[in-house]
Design a protein around this ligand. Structure first.
Ligand code: AMP
Length: 481
């Protein structure tokens, strides 16, 4: 029988991925492949806008990239040497097609298409103000605010209008845009969300993660710097920094969970970083067990690192079916419960009579840990220990990594012993925040942290204007990325 419990009645969500190409023969086919490699960043909907030098062409659909952009007739319609694309998972629960990006508008300056990864923390405030001044919104997306700010900017040149618009927004944004001056890529001054640049022949490419370059055989050039705007057109490439310089605060959770392990972020392999986190966790919270068992797939690299550092054999005690989506994104509570069972099964022949240490990347509501500890016991495990390769998630993210309200975060509600008791593990430990930074090669500067680690520390690097008058846990965000 399915049971309910207090931490899983909220719709959980995740980020988005963006991809852009300038100067390829049929840009949209590269965009489709790039989006395919970024599918882990959002599975709800995907869209592509292309530009053939005169006209813009657009296609958006709910569902996976594969089911939509594998159709030659869809790609043929998306003509031209330039294109941008987006994979999305909504953070509002609203799944309407009108929110699927890239958003497009015909402005006085010409066509403007925009794909956004991140989340603006003053979108609601700006939207009310723009509404009051007569702007008519077509979607419930925070990203549309940028379009209206560009449309109403008093600056003359399109790129200046975009810069002007972005000076009004606060929060996280990695953008790719198609506009009269060409393909524009931009990262917010703190560089909260990632964005990288590559080359394929003559074509310039931008993507949320380097793995999207591997898929199309493109070469990684460099990251787009925090606060940098890059304009690419047939004249070449122009880079400038239109914002006040700021100390970068890239998201730490990209390393822990979001990015694919075969991506390179900040010059480091995500896979190697996750192994280093697992090794640090083994040093901080050692555990005697017969096997280290990863929670697949999210816990695998950390579990390898843990196993190597602890000299405990790594074994696949939980087998994952690759034919179900992430448990996190099942649409209803009941299906989500079912999803955990559909997705993971105990390797009972291995587990019976053994003590195991389960390793996962993070605990949010505690659903996964609760189910899998029980699954290990049902399979006859003698002891079940749990080790988590990130600190307790105690605060919601307002920058595009979608976490539930604080009241649904198990670590915001109870201490580690309470959580251990709740998930019924023999022991439970999380890596410390300092330990996580160490694994990333830094000493955390508590006065001025080098990364955005707000989900663990509550130290938000920007204003949260939309939430100033109410505690953040009381509100649900309007966002699409
Ligand atoms: P929970 O079951 O709610 O505790 O969620 C923890 C599981 O969800 C872990 O296995 C993580 O790998 C995964 N996870 C953590 N954060 C997110 C997120 N923002 N979106 C999707 N999955 C996540």
């Amino acid at each position: 029988m399915l049971t309910t419990h207090p931490f899983d009645d909220d719709k959980l969500k995740e980020e988005c991925g963006v991809f852009g190409v300038w100067g390829a023969e049929q840009a949209s086919s590269l965009v489709a492949l790039g989006l395919h490699a970024l599918q882990h960043r959002g599975q709800e909907a995907a869209g592509v806008v292309s530009f053939d030098g005169t006209n813009y062409h657009q296609y958006r659909a709910m569902g996976h990239v594969g089911g939509t952009f594998d159709k030659p007739k869809v790609i043929r319609k998306l003509a031209g040497p330039a294109g941008i694309g987006h994979v999305r998972y909504s953070t509002t629960g609203e799944t309407a097609l009108r929110n699927v990006q890239p958003l497009y508008a015909d402005l006085a300056m010409g066509g403007f298409a925009l794909a956004h990864n991140g989340n603006l923390s003053n979108a609601m405030t700006l939207r009310s103000e723009l509404n009051r001044r007569g702007s008519i919104f077509q979607s419930t997306s925070d990203t549309e605010v940028i379009i209206h700010l560009v449309a109403t900017s008093q600056k003359e040149k399109p790129v200046d209008r975009l810069t002007d618009a972005l000076r009004h927004v606060e929060g996280a944004y990695s953008l790719v845009c198609l506009m009269p001056e060409g393909l524009v890529a931009c990262r917010d001054p703190l560089g909260i969300r990632p964005l990288v640049m590559g080359k394929l022949g003559e074509a310039t490419i931008f993507a949320s993660e380097s793995v999207a370059f591997d898929v199309i055989g493109a070469t990684f050039i460099r990251e787009v710097d925090p606060g940098e705007m890059i304009v690419v057109n047939d004249e070449g490439l122009r880079s400038f920094r239109p914002f006040e310089p700021a100390r970068p605060r890239p998201c730490i959770f990209e390393h822990v969970y979001f990015s694919r392990p075969d991506s390179i972020i900040e010059g480091t392999s995500v896979y190697e970083t996750r192994k280093a986190i697992g090794a640090e966790l083994a040093r901080e919270a050692p555990c005697n067990a017969d096997f280290v068992v990863p929670i697949p797939d999210s816990g695998v690299p950390a579990a390898i690192g843990f196993s190597q550092a602890a000299h405990i054999p790594f074994e696949l005690g939980i087998i994952r079916s690759h034919y179900v989506g992430r448990t996190f994104i099942q649409p209803t509570q009941d299906v989500r419960h079912l999803g955990v069972k559909l997705k993971h099964n105990a390797n009972s022949a291995l587990i019976a009579g053994k003590s195991v240490v389960l390793v996962d990347d993070s605990v949010v509501r505690g659903t996964t840990s609760l189910r899998l500890v029980q699954m290990m016991r049902d399979a006859g495990a003698r002891e079940v220990h749990m080790r988590i390769a990130s600190p307790p998630t105690r605060h919601s993210c307002f920058y595009g990594v979608d976490t539930p309200k604080r009241s649904k975060l198990i670590a915001a509600q109870m201490g580690i012993e309470g959580m251990r008791d709740y998930i019924k593990a023999d022991s439970l430990a999380f890596i410390t925040l300092d330990g996580l930074y160490r694994a990333l090669g830094d000493e955390r500067d508590s006065q001025a942290p080098q990364r955005c680690d707000a989900c663990f520390s509550g130290d938000y690097p920007t204003h949260l204007t939309d939430f100033e008058n109410e505690p953040p846990e009381q509100l649900s965000l309007v966002s699409n990325t």
